[in-house]
Design a protein around this ligand. Structure first.
Ligand code: DGT
Ligand code: CA
Ligand code: CA
Ligand code: ZN
Length: 575
């Protein structure tokens, strides 16, 4: 079994346990294990072979034994036993908005409904409304939710799609009289690469006008829930948006609660309990009966627990509490640390602007140097450059560099194809004349792990290749990318000094956060680049920075923070 299958089975076990009504701790343990296996940057079979399963976050000896069973037998007895007790098709019903595990169990026990299809029939025939705690209204809601699920599926939305929508809604809410604060929360605030739904928070004395506006915006497809202080809408594009309105003096606890992640919050509440405080979205409540502690800022929430502020991008329960307690949280890289962009396109290949226009826009954004890296010949659909055109381009790059004056530098590079057979698109003598050479995969991504890894290693070990762009080639939300053996890739990048890219394009975010974290721990050179095809796209940098931050990156870890002379020294050491 592969990582994905192991993670999926654990996730399924967690859901079945939740339907059975098992302990929250046990359910969380399986869910957490599923997440960390899903997030693992290495082949779990390899980790198992090295006897290091228990080093995976959230995997103790019990779960390690279950993983061993799955990897060696391809099966999990515990899962089969559980399936004998409760049909495993029940978990599909959890995908219906508003149906929790208790309700699913109730419907199953009362009506024998085992599948989503059977549920649809039962709901349409009016069989749900007579169950205890149900009625005509809640039955209609379930029918609507099933229909919405059929329309939109349950796919997660890429960060880059959700972010501008959320910002647009927030800026309108901010203008409503009486609104003092607005914020995104949830996975979007943590800048996770995909989000399940958008969570928004507003501080206002009177929630009513905010709710009225929110539920009647043009882009609303339906209002899934409408309450005095919380509502949920579904947008025309299928994305769900939750909004909560609260008074400003409780802002800190509220924002912290709804920012999550769930695992981070569980940990936060446990720390509070150890201090005799119970924590919810409204306040800390001391167990000794003294007055509640309200927090207007998140910093106060953490301070109450004796901790420094933990930025949202780190709130994954991946070691941030330990680091915070020891005063060892990373000084996360910021946009202002970045002075260069090493990957962008011009009209010479498939870009939309000239070299000079790209350079001028980069300077306006505060950068000091860029590399022009158009596609190479074999990427025909992107108008890749022949050797001849590449050499002609050199003159235009030099001219743009001159025109930009002494305080800004334009370098000449390429984004060269690593061809399906592993050879590189330009010969070494052509590469030797360029300032900077990127190699990347755009085609034949579905090759076997061995084949595609070897292909990549060919590029990494070429002395002229300075950087690998978007290493896996994945596209969010659903093209998985090449099945690279990241152990080999990382070891080789470290040994050869080759830079690995964190591509900031929100469809890519490649390397992803957990890869970034591991590459940094190993000491690999990393760059954050926009891969812009138009200067408007320089804006995407913040997605790349957030991904780097989620991998605990500091300015010291990122090549784009090097001043030009340091970058030139680096290039001078290479082929
Ligand atoms: P998503 O939307 O699947 O990408 O992930 P989140 O993290 O945005 O999760 P969501 O939208 O269900 O809830 C937003 C935050 O609210 C979540 O990160 C933590 C908090 N939260 C929501 N539901 C619960 C809950 O049942 N228990 C706890 N402890 N926190 C919750
Ligand atoms: Ca969410
Ligand atoms: Ca939500
Ligand atoms: Zn590119």
């Amino acid at each position: 079994m592969k990582n994905r299958e192991v993670a999926h089975l654990f996730e399924k076990v967690a859901e079945m346990l939740s339907i059975r009504g098992d302990s929250v701790h046990r359910i969380l343990a399986y869910r957490k294990a599923a997440e960390s296996i899903q997030a693992l940057a290495r082949d779990i079979n390899q980790v198992y072979a090295e006897g290091r399963l228990t080093e995976i976050p959230g995997i103790g000896s019990t779960l390690a034994a279950k993983i061993e069973e799955m990897l060696t037998t391809g099966d999990l007895e515990f899962y089969r036993k559980l399936s004998a007790e409760i049909p495993n098709t029940l978990v599909d019903m959890l995908r219906v908005e508003g149906l929790g595990p208790k309700r699913v169990k109730q419907i199953y026990e009362a009506l024998g409904v085992e599948t989503l299809e059977a549920l649809t029939v039962a709901a349409r025939e009016g069989k749900l409304k007579d169950l205890p705690g149900m009625g005509v209204k809640s039955e209609a809601k379930i029918v609507a939710a099933i229909e919405a699920l059929a329309r939109h599926g349950d796919d997660r939305t890429p960060l880059g799609d959700a972010w501008p929508i959320a910002q647009g809604i927030l800026s309108e809410l901010a203008q409503i009289p009486g609104v003092s604060k607005t914020a995104v929360a949830g996975s979007l605030r943590r800048m996770q690469e995909t989000i399940g739904d958008i969570d928004l928070l507003v501080a206002a004395e009177d929630p009513e006008p905010v709710m009225v506006f929110f539920c009647s915006m043009d882009m609303v497809e339906s209002v899934a829930a409408r309450g005095p202080t919380k509502s949920r809408i579904v947008l025309l594009n299928g994305v769900g948006v939750d909004l909560r309105v609260l008074p400003a003096d409780r802002w800190g606890t509220l924002l912290s609660y709804f920012t999550g992640s769930k695992d981070h919050n569980v940990h936060l509440r446990e720390l509070a309990l150890k201090k005799g405080l119970s924590l919810n979205e409204h306040a800390f409540t001391p167990a000794d009966g003294s007055d509640e502690i309200r927090c207007a800022t998140e910093a106060e929430v953490y301070r109450t627990l004796g901790l420094p502020y933990i930025p949202p991008v780190l709130r994954q329960d991946r070691g941030e509490f330990d680091a915070a307690a020891k005063g060892e949280l990373p000084r996360l890289i910021q946009a202002s640390d970045i002075v260069s962009d090493l990957h962008m396109h011009s009209t010479w290949s498939d870009g939309k602007q000239s070299i000079l226009e790209m350079a001028q826009a980069a300077r306006r954004r505060g950068l000091g140097y860029i590399v022009i890296t158009d596609h190479s010949a074999s990427l025909g659909i992107a108008n890749g450059l022949s050797i001849e055109r590449l050499q002609q381009q050199a003159a235009e790059v030099r001219a743009a560099d001159e025109a930009m004056g002494a305080d800004f530098t334009v370098l000449h590079g390429t984004e060269m194809e690593i061809k399906a057979d592993g050879t590189l698109d330009y010969p070494d003598e052509v590469l030797a004349k360029l300032d900077f050479v990127i190699a990347s995969l755009h085609t034949s991504l579905s090759q076997s792990q061995e084949q595609v890894t070897n292909r990549m290693l060919n590029a990494i070990w070429n002395p002229h290749v300075d950087m690998i762009a978007h290493p896996t080639g994945r596209l969010l939300p659903d093209r998985a990318g090449a099945d690279l053996d990241m152990d080999f890739i990382f070891d080789s990048a470290l040994a050869s000094g080759t830079i690995l890219e964190i591509n900031a394009h929100p469809r890519r975010l490649d390397l992803r956060d957990i890869h970034v974290r591991r590459a940094i721990e190993m000491g690999i050179n990393l760059a954050i680049n926009t891969d812009a095809h138009h200067s408007d796209q320089f804006e995407m940098l913040h997605y790349g920075i957030a991904t780097a931050q989620r991998g605990w990156a500091t300015a010291d870890d990122i090549v784009n923070c090097w001043p030009l002379d340091k970058f030139r020294q680096f290039l001078a050491t290479r082929g």
